[in-house]
Design a protein around this ligand. Structure first.
Ligand code: FE2
Length: 429
């Protein structure tokens, strides 16, 4: 006896008329015309079913704090860091957990069931670390949280960071973070990359550095990160987040750099909403976009995932934690409006992001966790175009969030009809 049989789904790879059988919280079978008794049935009328969205780059400790103690007037990364430094001493565990929990509920409602969150370890009390470790356990039935030890004020630039990172990892933080472009000198930045990668190698952990988040084309720490990844045998375990300086580098250097990143089997994470907002602030016109070279990296075969980074915090005042909004922005900022390119961006907020996090049991194959999202769309491109309604969100086979389908009633001089914005050829009968 199945626990649930989902009928008539369309999958991201285009297969239509598919049934998904679920037993014991896992996917038992994916095929057309499954004929087996089930306790429950969910008939879908051809809606797109995808594994859940994954946010591979976020900051839960600062989220939903926008305006405290003041707004970011310049809109720059550096003013954001100053505001955050003023806010940190006033935070309490209840405050951090309350805001982060609320954001996770928004995330679940939007069909995102895994978040990698950086947590600032330059507060010596490690209060936010403890609060988010507790929240990780509290919310584990519904969402996977992965924490990165992130020295916001620098690894060498803030003298207690080396100790604090080790203490945070000892307490159960999952991933080693860093911020080499923020160190006092290029040399300090390179040394920080080396020692952070060594720490990860010794402990068998993953690496995810904020790397080259600047418009300065001479910020080339990603090169060191690729080299250290190879030297220490960390292939497949290292992420370079942001990589914004690559936007401003010259093509000759990038032509050398991309093969090095590919060779090291690194994943790049772009944060299009944040980088289009924070970068280029010192430019007049033309203004740089500041997003890393997603299009070129995808073409080179480098896995590129997309992160939300911030929602309503000192760096970014907007957002509702919608990973389709992230992919939508990436398509625009990155000139990636071709169908195959948009499908790659959909993967950037689902499968590629899940691979970067080394998530267990993620996917649509038999044996995977029955974690699924039903979208009011027929394919990934339509999902991005509409930031489609998440009709059902399933965790381990149980529906944990529902949203009514979008349908607008028009009354045009007595003539009534409804509009759902679906492409005409795919509109529901
Ligand atoms: Fe970040």
């Amino acid at each position: 006896m199945l626990d649930l049989l989902i009928r008539n789904a369309t999958l991201p790879d285009g297969r239509a008329g598919i049934d998904i059988a679920i037993r014991g919280g896992r996917i038992a079978e994916v095929a057309a015309g499954i004929d087996a008794p089930a306790r429950d049935t969910l008939a879908l009328d051809g809606w797109l079913v995808t594994p859940p969205f994954v946010d591979p780059h976020f900051h839960l400790d600062s989220t939903l704090s926008a305006g405290r103690p003041r707004n970011n007037r310049s809109g720059t990364l550096l003013e954001g860091i100053e505001i955050w430094a003023d806010l940190v001493p006033t935070l309490t565990p209840e405050d951090v957990k309350g805001r982060a929990r609320e954001l996770c509920h928004w995330s679940i409602a939007r069909g995102c069931l895994a978040i990698r969150s950086h947590v600032d370890v330059t507060d010596d009390s490690l209060m936010a670390v403890d609060a988010l470790i507790e929240l990780r356990e509290e919310l584990a039935p519904w969402i996977d949280l992965q924490l990165v030890a992130f020295p916001q004020n620098g690894y060498y630039r803030y003298r207690n960071s080396p100790d604090n990172i080790v203490r945070a990892l000892d307490r159960g933080v999952d991933v080693v973070g860093g911020i080499p472009h923020f160190e006092r000198t290029t040399d300090d930045g390179a040394r920080s990359v080396k020692v952070l990668c060594e720490t990860a190698a010794e402990r068998g952990l993953l690496v995810d550095l904020h790397c080259d988040e600047t418009d300065d084309p001479n910020s080339r720490h990603v090169e060191t990160l690729a080299r250290e990844t190879e030297r220490l045998g960390l292939q497949g375990r290292v992420v370079g987040s942001h990589l914004s300086s690559m936007h401003s580098m010259d093509n000759a250097y990038v032509g050398k750099l991309l093969p090095l990143i590919a060779e090291a089997e690194m994943t790049a994470i772009a944060n299009p909403l944040i980088n289009i907002s924070l970068q280029g602030r010192n430019d007049t016109y033309p203004k740089r976009r500041g997003m890393t070279r997603v299009k070129e990296m995808v073409a080179t075969g480098i896995p590129v995932a997309l992160g939300h980074d911030c929602v309503m915090d000192p760096w970014y005042g907007l957002g509702s934690h919608d990973m389709l909004e992230v992919a939508h922005m990436a398509a625009h900022v990155g000139h990636m409006t071709g169908v195959e390119e948009m499908r790659a961006l959909f993967a950037g907020v689902t499968t590629t992001a899940a691979a970067a996090l080394h998530l267990d049991g993620y996917g649509l194959e038999p044996g995977c966790h029955a974690d699924l999202v039903v979208l009011q769309a027929r394919d990934p491109v339509e999902a991005i175009r509409l930031r489609a309604t998440r009709l059902h969100v399933l965790r381990r086979g149980a529906v944990i969030a529902r949203t009514a389908p979008e349908s607008v009633s028009l009354d045009l001089g007595g003539a009534h009809r409804t509009v759902d914005f679906l492409a005409p050829q795919s509109a529901a009968e």
